[in-house]
Structure formats: structure tokens, C-alpha cells
Write a protein that binds this ligand. Structure first.
Ligand code: ADP
Ligand code: MG
Length: 700
């Protein structure tokens, strides 16, 4: 199908430059793109309901004639206009209303026949259809277009201005008619047969113009499978290649490591032990480790990354830990300095270095020089580590903390600064294991599924805004007992547009009001790094009782004496974000509470708050978040191709994703360069989709 991929959309009949532009905005550049522009939903117009059979609460389709039309003002809101029409078929009459769309008036001419699709309500004693989508069946065109628009299951596309549903249907149909015969199926025949999948031509017809719902379902399966399969291939090829890649075979059972673990102020949990075991096994092997470590906030990932670093260091290699914020990098640096300063053996001491964006030029140069000469064993830093002038003498291990905060490209940069170093990626936004295996196809996965002992689950509460002083009281009680608190706002400055108060203004208000007797500090991302550090230091040293803050505190910050968090306007935060924020408290032995303050009416925000009240662990939270947001939003644009999935849903089609993955492994093991004749269409499709795949294949 490579020709179709090269064929610009304007080659289709009836598409001039103006229309072509509209299509390009929708991401449709080629004929192939059009064929892969799938309907948003369908309407079953094969079966029209008769008006006398309509039922309140259902969304139904009718075919009826306009008997009369009108317009009125809303009873509640005078500026609000309501367009009305009474329509009828041979079984009865129905009132239809459209809110605030006065321009509809001109289309609603008595005598016209319409297809209407909408929800049936009960209003003022009778049934009505509210805001139905409708299409006018014009007499002259009826015969020609009837087959696409009525009497069948009809596709409904996401269209923008300048395109109509009818036009999209006609265009798609003619593109299908003309080009389907020329399509090569990119899925090899035996894979299709083994997995009971429709061929491509049949799938494309039935995804746009389903002959029946069963075939639509089969088309959906086949096209989802194809998408998963194409998305897995590069990941798997990379993984297979890495397996062969010679890495460093570290000496794992060292005195240095044992000293470190023995001297820790706590005993590792069973889960930490297990994960460290997996890492040791990997690091001992001569191939480069590629491991994803998933563990909820507070599960103790940092200490594992330090242990892994020590393994690298004792053999004379350097290790690097990259964190997403300066605050976090500094906190790691301080903590690790304390933990590792006591560790030494046979005169080997561990030298630490900190490299962040806020160092001045001279300091930076000094650190870079020391890294280059190998004087620093363990470097902790931020994005600043990615700069070109940062060169290592002998990099043996790369750790990336809170990986969801980095882009894929950024993640790949750091390991390139060494010769196949081991890589450990850590995340506190865990996802179900089956999903993780397939999505991070090129990584092995470790999970810490247990919190250190003695942690009490955080008590989470929801307060309406009018009871916010109740929330403040909880915080004040904690402060009086010598504990500390965070009060979080979604924005720094108040926003009139959103009608919410910001952290700055609230600091003033709280200082002179509710929290008069306490010392409050302010921290947010727009402050200079030095100022942020100063505030954080004061807070840690208990010179401040409570911090008013924005989401700068979201990742990693660890102050054990904070036992209360108030999140105002909680509806403005994502679920995973709320969970991360909550993870900042309850780090000591005392019971901690998190109060979410929100007046939200939105269903989604309510679902997020309810999930927070119900679940304390990150795996459940992630699952809920996936359900609420859907995979595209959840994984966000920072993650690989996932948001590009147009049809497949990794959550609801996990079984299909797994099958696609298994098939991809089988295929690439047999034919890593995709040279077999039956695999040529697949190879072309892949190269079209991921041009960078060429390099991968060529060296496979
Ligand atoms: P995260 O997984 O969120 O990065 P951290 O590594 O910051 O968690 O650990 C959270 C806190 O728990 C730290 O103060 C750390 O020192 C402590 N900790 C880690 N492991 C243990 C353990 N096995 N027992 C007790 N405390 C631990
Ligand atoms: Mg951490």
C-alpha cells in the first residue's frame, strides 16, 4: 500500500487546495490517511424507530417529516434561544428542541424529511428529542446517496468546519472503491489465519460502512491488532538487539555494597530485596541492563538505585542518577551523601557530585571536569546532565528517577554518554504488569509492591469549599502538636477567568487570618532556584510550620514530619498528580491526613476525588486513572507512540495487545530484517510509519 501512502489527498476527485488544507488540519495528508480515518461512532439507520415506540432515556433514530417549526426564549435565561420543530411519521408526532443554536432555523423547513438521532427526554408532559443530530434527506440526491446515509449502519466522523458527514461518507466511499483493490495487506497471511483476523480490504470497508455489527466488530479487532502489532515491532526489535549487545559484566557481591546495606538505618523490605536481586542478576550479566522499576510513592526506590550505583562504582565505573527537578536532585544528593559517607572499604570511598542548571559557570565547569576525569563516582543531577559538555570517564550505570517526567528522547540521551551502560528507570506511576510489559516492550520490569513497615495509610477526606476552615483546623491541630503541613494550590497567581485564588494571595490571607499564630512559607516554580532551596531548608529545619505551595512539591520531596496536606481546588489536578502529591506526606510513623477541598460538579473530577478517597496505593490509582482518562491522555504525549493509537485501546483490548506482541516476537525471531517475501508489505508499512525503523532493521 506504499503508493497510497505517497498519494496526497488532493488527488481524490473533488478536493481542491482549500479542502486539502482542511484535511491536513485533521491529520489527513494522504489517501491512506483517509482510509485510516476511522468513524467516531455509528448510527444504526437500518432500523428507524417509529415515533409511537420511542422511550424516555434512550438514544434513538427516527425518520420523519417537519410539520412545523418555531423558536422561543428559555424560561430561565432570556438570552438563551431554543429552536423547535414538530416532526411526524405515520405513527405519531414528536417535538424536537435545539438549545442555543438559532442558526438552525433556516434549515428547518416544513415539508422536509429528516433523519434525527438523539436522546429522548420527558418534558412538560410529553416526549421530546433534545439537541438531535439530524440530516435532511433531499429529494433529488436521495437515490444516489441513499445507500450511504440511510437504511444502514452509518459512520459518524469527527469533522471540522467546511466538511459535512455526508461529504466525508461520499469521499471515503469513493476512495475505498477506487483504492481497495490496490491495497496490500501488511499483516502476513499466517498471522491473520492464526488469529482469526479479517483481511485489510474487508476490514476497511466494514470499519467505515459495516455490513452488520458483527463485521464491524471483527474489523475493529483486526485494525486494532494491526496497530498494536506495528507498534510492538520496533520495541521488540530493539529488545532483541539489546540482548546481543555486549554490556558491562559487573562484579555484584562486593564488600562495599554489603557495608552499605548493613549500615542503613533500616532493614530492606522483602520487595526491595527481591528487586535488588533482579538488578544484581542483570548487572552481573555481560549484556546491558534495561530495567523499569515500578514502585508506589514512598516504597523506597531511591535506596535501591544507590545500591545499584555502588555495584557499578566498586568495579571502577561511574554511576549517574537523573531527577526531574532541582529540589529532588538536591534532596537525593543530601540523602545519599549521608548514607554513603559512612561506606568505604579498602580505602575506597564514594565521591558524589551534583550537577544542576542553577550552578554558575565556574562551578559547572569544575563538576564537569571532575566527572570527565573520573574523580566523581556518583553524579546526581537534572536535565543539565544531558548537555553536550558533560562527558564521563567510564559510565557504568544510568538511573532515571520519575521517568514519566522525561520525554522518551531525553531518556535515551544519557546512556549514550557511556559504552552500553546498564540502565535503571524508576517510576512512581505504576501501571498493571501485563500492560507495562507490552507498552515498555524493550524493558524488563521490577515491582516494589510493599511499603516499608510502620507506615500508616493516609486518611483522605473531601471537604466542600464552605467548610474549608474545618480543613484548616485539622492542619492547625497538627501544627500545634509540632508537626508540619502543606497547603497546595493549582496556580501561583489568582485567576479571574477560572475564579480561583492562587498560592501567593492565599499566603497573605492565611498568614494574617486562619494561621496567624504560625509561620508560613511560600514555594512555587516561578521562584528562583536559590529562593526555593532557602525556603525548603527553613521548612526542613522547622523554622517554618507550613508551606503554601503549588505542584513543585509533586515529585519526590521527603520531609517526614509533615502530617497534613490540604489541596484546594482539588478538581484542577489529575488523579495521578493528586496521588503523587499525597505521597509527600505520611512518610513518618504518625498518622497523616490529606484533605481535598473542592466544589466540583464535574463527573470526571468527582470520579478522581472518589478514587482518592477509596484507594491508597498507586496501582489501583493508575488503573482508575486509565479508566477515567483513557490510554491516550493517561500516557500523554511524552510517551512513545501510544497517543498515536487511533483505534486500539490497550486497556480494554489487553488480550489483543498481548497476542500482537507474541506474534511480533515470533516473526522477528524468524526474520529480523523482514526479508521474506510475505513480509515485504509489512516492512514497507513500518518504514512509512516509523522512518527511524530503517536503521534498526539494517543493523538487525
Ligand atoms: P520513593 O520510592 O517514592 O522514591 P524513597 O526512596 O524516597 O521513596 O523512600 C521513602 C522513604 O522511606 C525514605 O525516607 C527512605 O529513607 C525510607 N525507606 C526506604 N526503604 C525503607 C525501608 N526498607 N524501611 C524503612 N524506611 C525505608
Ligand atoms: Mg523517589
Amino acid at each position: 500500500m506504499n503508493e497510497l501512502n505517497d498519494l496526497p489527498i488532493r488527488y481524490l476527485k473533488g478536493i481542491g487546495p482549500k479542502r486539502a488544507k482542511i484535511f491536513i488540519k485533521l491529520g489527513i495528508n494522504t489517501v491512506e490517511d483517509l482510509l485510516y480515518y476511522f468513524p467516531r461512532r455509528y448510527e444504526d439507520r437500518g432500523k428507524f424507530s417509529r415515533i409511537c415506540e420511542l422511550k424516555e432515556g434512550l438514544t434513538q433514530t427516527i425518520k420523519a417529516q417537519i410539520l412545523s417549526k418555531g423558536e422561543r426564549q428559555s424560561f430561565y435565561k432570556r438570552a438563551f434561544r431554543i429552536a423547535e420543530a414538530v416532526v411526524g411519521d405515520n405513527s405519531g408526532k414528536l417535538n424536537c428542541v435545539w438549545f442555543n443554536q438559532p442558526y438552525l432555523k433556516q434549515y428547518l423547513k416544513p415539508g422536509l424529511t429528516l433523519i434525527l438521532y438523539g436522546k429522548i427526554d420527558f418534558y412538560a408532559g410529553s416526549l421530546q428529542m433534545s439537541n438531535p443530530e439530524f440530516e435532511i434527506i433531499s429529494e433529488e440526491k436521495q437515490s444516489q446517496e441513499e445507500s450511504l446515509n440511510i437504511g444502514r449502519i452509518v459512520p459518524v466522523y469527527t469533522v471540522s468546519e467546511g466538511l459535512t458527514q455526508r461529504y466525508m461518507r461520499r469521499l471515503t466511499k469513493s476512495a475505498l472503491d477506487e483504492y481497495l483493490p490496490k491495497i496490500n495487506d501488511c499483516l502476513p497471511y499466517d498471522i491473520r489465519t492464526r488469529n482469526n483476523l479479517l483481511n485489510l480490504a474487508r476490514s476497511l470497508i466494514n470499519i467505515h460502512f459495516p455490513e452488520n455489527l458483527d463485521l464491524q466488530k471483527q474489523a475493529y479487532e483486526r485494525l486494532s491488532f494491526e496497530e498494536f502489532f506495528l507498534f510492538q515491532l520496533p520495541l521488540i526489535l530493539r529488545k532483541l538487539k539489546k540482548k546481543e549487545k555486549i554490556g558491562i559484566s559487573h562484579q555484584v557481591d562486593s564488600e562495599l555494597l554489603n557495608n552499605f546495606i548493613v549500615l542503613l538505618p533500616f532493614k530492606l523490605t522483602a520487595a526491595q530485596e527481591k528487586v535488588l536481586g533482579e538488578i544484581k542478576t542483570d548487572m552481573a550479566k555481560p549484556k546491558a541492563m534495561q530495567r523499569l522499576l515500578q514502585g508506589d510513592v514512598g516504597s523506597g526506590k531511591t535506596v535501591i538505585s544507590v545500591a545499584a550505583s555502588i555495584i557499578a562504582i566498586q568495579g571502577g565505573y561511574q554511576a549517574v542518577i537523573m531527577a526531574p527537578t532541582e529540589l529532588l536532585a538536591k534532596q537525593h544528593y543530601e540523602k545519599i551523601s549521608r548514607q554513603s559517607s559512612v561506606v568505604s572499604c579498602q580505602n575506597k570511598k564514594i565521591n558524589l557530585g551534583l550537577l544542576t542548571g542553577s550552578l554558575n559557570a565556574i562551578e559547572k565547569e569544575k563538576v564537569c571536569q571532575d566527572i570527565k576525569e573520573g574523580k566523581i563516582d556518583l553524579v546526581i543531577g537534572t536535565h543539565a546532565l544531558l548537555e553536550e559538555n558533560v562527558k564521563f570517564k567510564n559510565l557504568g550505570l544510568v538511573v532515571i528517577d520519575e521517568q514519566h517526567k522525561f520525554g522518551v528522547g531525553q531518556r535515551a540521551l544519557l546512556p549514550k554518554k557511556g559504552a552500553n551502560p546498564d540502565v535503571l528507570i524508576m517510576t512512581a506511576t505504576p501501571i498493571p504488569r501485563t500492560l507495562a510489559i507490552t507498552l515498555y516492550g524493550d524493558l524488563d520490569i521490577s515491582i516494589i509492591n510493599e511499603l516499608p513497615p510502620g507506615r500508616q495509610p493516609i486518611k483522605t477526606l473531601h471537604f466542600k469549599q464552605e467548610f474549608v476552615s474545618g480543613a484548616y483546623k485539622i492542619a492547625k491541630d497538627e501544627l500545634r502538636r509540632g508537626n508540619q503541613a502543606y497547603i497546595i494550590y493549582p496556580v501561583i497567581e489568582e485567576s479571574y477567568a477560572l475564579d480561583i485564588a492562587g498560592a501567593k494571595k492565599m499566603l497573605k490571607e492565611l498568614k494574617s487570618g486562619e494561621f496567624k499564630e504560625f509561620k508560613l512559607g511560600l514555594i512555587h516554580g516561578a521562584m528562583k532556584q536559590q529562593e526555593q532551596d532557602d525556603v525548603m531548608l527553613k521548612f526542613k529545619n522547622k523554622k517554618l510550620d507550613a508551606l503554601v505551595s503549588t505542584t513543585v512539591l509533586e515529585v519526590g520531596i521527603d520531609v517526614p514530619s509533615v502530617t497534613c496536606m490540604i489541596v484546594e481546588y482539588a478538581e484542577r489536578f489529575g488523579l495521578s498528580q493528586l496521588h503523587q502529591l499525597r505521597g509527600r506526606i505520611g512518610r513518618g510513623i504518625e498518622q497523616a491526613s490529606c484533605v481535598l477541598v473542592s466544589d466540583t460538579q464535574s463527573l470526571e473530577a468527582t470520579a478522581r476525588i472518589e478514587a482518592m478517597l477509596k484507594y491508597n496505593d498507586g496501582f489501583h490509582i493508575a488503573e482508575e486513572d486509565l479508566k477515567i482518562r483513557g490510554p491516550g491522555e493517561f500516557f500523554g504525549s511524552r510517551q512513545h507512540g501510544l497517543t498515536e493509537l487511533k483505534i486500539g485501546n490497550p486497556l480494554s483490548q489487553m488480550h489483543l495487545l498481548k497476542r500482537a506482541r507474541d506474534e511480533a516476537i515470533k516473526l522477528l525471531t524468524l526474520d529480523p530484517r523482514l526479508e521474506a517475501r510475505q513480509n515485504i508489505p509489512l516492512k514497507q508499512k513500518l518504514l512509512n510509519k516509523f522512518p527511524e525503523y530503517e536503521k534498526l532493521i539494517l543493523v538487525a
